[in-house]
Design a protein around this ligand. Structure first.
Ligand SMILES: Cc1cc2nc3c(=O)[nH]c(=O)nc-3n(C[C@H](O)[C@H](O)[C@H](O)COP(=O)(O)O)c2cc1C
Length: 129
């Protein structure tokens, strides 16, 4: 909050244990990057680190902090999106099937994989236009 910056690392299938671990412990108590074997990289754009091992990262400038009862919501401006070269598609855009992001099921506390493409957005619903 003091640095008015944060980063969002997209956790992937290959780093599930690492992502879970850094969500369990606090950086106040332990150097959780070191324990999980993650490499902290200092962002050149915002005053916050990100983990080198996650395939996609959003670097954000903190714009608003909203107190919502038991939760605090942080709203940021994304100033850059970094994606591993290996996670880009032939069109040069991030490929969700290469990134293999984790999908979190809050009801059962489970991590799931992303499945195949089901349909084209802004297209499959046009039947009822
Ligand atoms: C599966 C999972 C989901 C979590 N979801 C949230 C969440 O939605 N919001 C939140 O504030 N913390 C969530 N946490 C807990 C935070 O990750 C945890 O408070 C954080 O690791 C504290 O780290 P820090 O003190 O270094 O910031 C989640 C943790 C796990 C393992």
């Amino acid at each position: 909050v003091a640095r008015k910056a944060f980063t969002v690392g997209i956790a992937c299938e290959g780093k599930m244990k690492e992502a879970d671990y850094v969500g369990i412990v606090s950086g106040r108590d332990v150097d959780k990057f070191a324990v999980a074997g993650l490499t902290p990289i200092k962002s050149e754009l915002v005053d916050a680190p990100y983990a080198h091992e996650f395939p996609m990262v959003l670097e954000c400038r903190l714009l608003h902090t909203l107190e919502l009862g038991i939760h605090t919501q942080f709203i940021g401006e994304i100033v850059d999106v970094k994606v591993d070269q290996s996670a880009l598609g032939e069109d040069g855009l991030p490929d969700i099937l290469k990134i293999k992001p984790l999908v979190y099921d809050t009801a059962h506390k489970g991590y799931h994989a992303v499945g195949p493409l089901l349909g084209k957005a802004f297209s499959v619903g046009k039947e009822w236009l």
